[in-house]
Design a protein around this ligand. Structure first.
Ligand code: COA
Length: 170
């Protein structure tokens, strides 16, 4: 077990798939913390479109090039994983007031289980306030234009998944 440190932050989520909103928050987090571990949840009540391997691989490809960001799958309790990883901080993003209740509950429950692990919130950039993985998938599944809302590799994978070939010049 690593010793908890405030310098490593875990950014957990389902990332089904990673969006530009997530990517922006991770990049900003990487300027605050020494290291960001993007932790892709294996156990999730949501029924993911992409497998755990696909979600990790897509996030890795989208985030490559920044030395202090790594992407890993995780199973079990988030706070146990954070402790094993030697992280003292769980990083979460807040988009709107509607996120607050769930995030507050999650942060307090995690704090109840491991008091030494702090949850830190960053505001999502205003450009990404309205997007979520679910709304991106809803639009993409019907052929809607989601270019610019997700990283290019995610865009291609969504088009493939839903059977909409992308033009060769994209
Ligand atoms: N920009 C755009 N969208 C964002 C965003 C941002 N900055 N931040 C979050 N979102 C969206 C996501 O796309 C996601 O959309 P979706 O619901 O349509 O899929 C939604 O907000 C929330 O997702 P995310 O931030 O990925 O969190 P999550 O709710 O999927 O993940 C875990 C929750 C994995 C962190 C939580 O379930 C967990 O810790 N699980 C492990 C078990 C555990 O310890 N549970 C807690 C016990 S109390």
């Amino acid at each position: 077990m690593g010793s908890p440190s405030g310098k490593i932050a875990i950014y957990p989520g389902t990332f089904d798939p990673l969006t530009n909103g997530h990517a922006s928050l991770i990049q900003r987090g990487s300027q605050i913390f020494d290291h960001i571990v993007v932790a892709v949840a294996n156990d999730t009540p949501k029924e993911p479109l992409f497998t755990i391997d696909e979600r990790v691989q897509m996030a890795e490809a989208a985030l490559k090039g920044t030395d202090n960001i790594t992407v890993e799958p995780f199973s079990g309790l988030l706070v146990d994983y954070a402790e094993r990883r030697g992280a003292g901080v769980i990083l979460r993003g807040l988009r709107a007031v509607s996120d607050f209740e769930y995030e507050f509950q999650l942060a307090l429950m995690n704090r109840k289980m491991k008091r030494h692990i702090q949850t830190v919130f960053l505001m999502t950039d205003y450009k990404w306030l309205y997007i979520s993985s679910t709304i991106i998938k809803a639009a993409a599944s019907l052929g809607g234009d989601i270019k610019g809302l997700v990283p290019d590799n995610v865009y291609r994978r969504l088009r493939e998944k839903y059977g909409y070939p992308y033009p060769l010049n994209e």
